[in-house]
Design a protein around this ligand. Structure first.
Ligand code: AMP
Length: 590
């Protein structure tokens, strides 16, 4: 394995690092920056811009420029650019490609392996989307790790006595607090909290608003109405904010910001730190709630914390540091750059996975790496989908439960088909065990609650059990490592998965949508029955026709052979029924 890069794929900025001579170092980007704006733009000439170049044309090309795409990861959000449909994974992949290119320029050789970080609260779908983004960018994602865990690794906190640490992460657009426990080289996230809409951008906006209002008073011109002027104001506001992290006062000077009766107007203002802190005091105060929630959820008081780590560029603000001190009674650690420590931790993890012995900043000590599951484990669900319970590379021992329901009405038996592999459709994975859970109480589709639990012990033995939460009936199967895929099979499966990624996404989406359509059909039937005395003949007829058309289409579709075209037809038919039956469903509360 070659060199492994660590990537902090952030909401506002991304950062990449690599271990060289046993030390993590930040990979500078092509314009010399140590972090890269997570922005992607598509120009009208068909060029794709990333990072600083994309950011610079944000004000003039807002419709074709995408920022904060991390907020959409794992969702069905798409953008249409010149007839091309782009999902969050694809857009993120462009950022990752730029980081990969910068890493290759820095190391002078190809870079293919990476560890990427995600917020601790990211769901399986969001983690999977991040991994997919890596693959689209041509990266072999060795592992997805939690951002607070990565921060702790960068501080070399994975050794020594058992400790509890708070990671206070205030970035450009989001605020995350995590309480983690480090014990025997294993880092566990005990609790997370935060505010998805609080970050450095809000501080910039306060300065920008203040600038606009001061200028209006002095010159009677509203700069917020002029997008280009306002773009310059926001940029200057951020620069002023950063300066006030070290200076007591800053001068903001924007010549030729507007015209008044053919006369050019210039903006020239001074902003003191005290004024800035007064303008933003409530924003700093808003971080208190999540800090207290995280401590409460972790079941500890602040005095039980051995350290508080500051992450995210916005923790450079003195008022924020003061608040952290007040909230925790601790002097926060900030000897590693807050906007770089997550990437550094990921590089350290990457170096360990790459087989290098020394991975800690404290030379000579190595991180205890527990065994991990080599492939994802899933069960087959409706429409032939493989629904994951345990992700590839999860540290074992581990246990995970998920509650499923039935899609067919009045089923009394469900079959649990246990699968191993990375592909979204069941039949493309390997079936490693199968059993029936009988005696479920017969009920309409969607009502039974079947809890499926995967339990892997330290020896890699997997026990799968299914329990009907209503009757308490349960059934299980034990699968040993021998039943699972060999190393060669795993490699082949990974290659297949990579080759088929585009087609697989369509298949998965079709299978998911088919299931949604079946459930919708059942809901419409129940609603028609419930409203039979009141519904008009015409409405009933129209809904029936749309429902039957959708059902016919769903029956004719095999998700495993689905194409973009099939998926589009299915979406259309569902939209038709959604529209005609919307009222009925709302009235009947179905
Ligand atoms: P991150 O997402 O961690 O890169 O954080 C980016 C945010 O940190 C942006 O809102 C920046 O304006 C902010 N930031 C970076 N450096 C400073 C600084 N010296 N003082 C205040 N905020 C900063």
């Amino acid at each position: 394995m070659g060199k492994v890069i660590g990537i902090d794929l952030g909401t506002t900025n991304s950062c990449a690092a690599i271990v060289e001579n046993d030390q993590p170092v930040i990979i500078p980007n092509s314009v010399g920056g140590r972090t890269t704006p997570s922005i992607v733009a598509f120009t009208k000439l068909g060029e794709i811009l990333t990072g600083d170049t994309a950011r610079r044309q944000l004000a003039t090309n807002p419709k074709r420029t995408f920022s904060s795409i991390k907020r959409q990861m794992g969702s069905t959000w798409t953008a249409n650019v010149d007839g091309r449909k782009l999902n969050p994974q694809m857009i993120s992949a462009y950022i990752l490609m730029q980081l990969k290119k910068d890493a290759e320029a820095f190391t002078g050789g190809p870079v293919t392996d990476a560890v990427i970080t995600v917020p601790a609260y990211f769901t399986d779908a969001q983690r999977q989307a991040t991994k997919d983004a890596g693959r689209i960018a041509g990266l072999n994602v060795l592992r997805i790790i939690n951002e607070p865990t990565s921060a702790a690794l960068s501080y070399g906190l994975d050794h020594g006595e058992s400790t509890k640490v708070m990671v206070y992460d205030l970035g450009g657009g989001t605020f995350d607090v995590s309480v983690i426990e480090i014990e025997d080289g294993v880092i566990t996230v005990l609790a997370t909290s935060g505010d998805n809409h609080l970050g450095g951008d809000d501080f910039d906006a306060r300065i920008a608003d203040w600038m606009v209002s001061e200028f209006r008073t002095a010159s009677h011109v509203d700069l917020s109405k002029d997008p280009v002027a306002y773009g310059r104001i926001k940029e200057a506001a951020e620069a002023a904010k950063k300066e006030l992290s070290t200076a007591d006062t800053t001068n903001i000077n924007l010549p030729f910001i507007a015209m008044n009766r053919q006369e050019p107007l210039h903006l020239d203002m001074n902003l003191s730190r005290a004024k800035f802190e007064a303008l933003t005091a409530d924003l700093v105060e808003r971080t208190a709630g999540p800090v207290n929630n995280a401590l409460r959820d972790a079941g500890i008081s602040a005095s039980a914390l051995s350290r508080v780590l500051l992450v995210g560029g916005s923790t450079r603000m003195p008022a924020v540091q003061k608040k952290v001190r007040a909230l925790t009674g601790k002097e926060p650690s900030r000897n590693i750059n807050p906007d770089e420590c997550v990437a550094m931790g990921a590089a350290i993890m990457g170096s360990t996975l790459g087989g290098n012995a020394i991975i800690s900043r404290e030379a000579g000590k190595s991180l205890l790496l527990l065994d991990v599951t080599p492939m994802s484990l899933s069960i087959e669900t409706m429409g032939g989908m493989a629904t994951r319970l345990i992700e590839r590379n999860t540290t074992i021992p581990t246990r995970y439960s998920k509650v499923f329901t039935t899609v067919g009405p009045y089923a009394s038996t469900v079959e649990i088909n246990v699968l191993q592999g990375e592909r979204p459709m069941a039949r493309d994975n390997r079936s490693i065990g199968r059993f029936f859970l009988r005696g479920i109480r017969r009920a309409p589709a969607g009502v039974p609650q079947i809890e499926v639990t995967f339990d892997i012990d330290a020896n890699g033995i997997l026990k799968v059990s299914a329990r009907d939460l209503d009757t308490g009936k349960s059934q299980s199967v034990t699968i040993t490592a021998d039943d699972r895929m060999s190393e060669a099979e795993i490699e082949q499966a990974m290659r297949d998965a990579q080759m088929n990624m585009g087609v697989d996404m369509v298949k998965r989406e079709t299978a998911e949508l088919s299931n949604e359509c079946r459930v919708l059909g059942e809901r419409v039937d129940r609603a028609l029955h419930a409203d039979r005395k009141n519904i008009s003949r015409e409405e009933k007829k129209r809904i029936r026709e749309d429902r039957n058309a959708l059902e016919k289409l769903v029956r004719s579709i095999k998700p495993e052979n689905a194409t973009e075209d099939v998926l589009a037809r299915l979406k259309e038919a569902k939209a038709v029924l959604d529209a005609s039956a919307g009222d009925l469903l709302a009235r009947t509360g179905m």
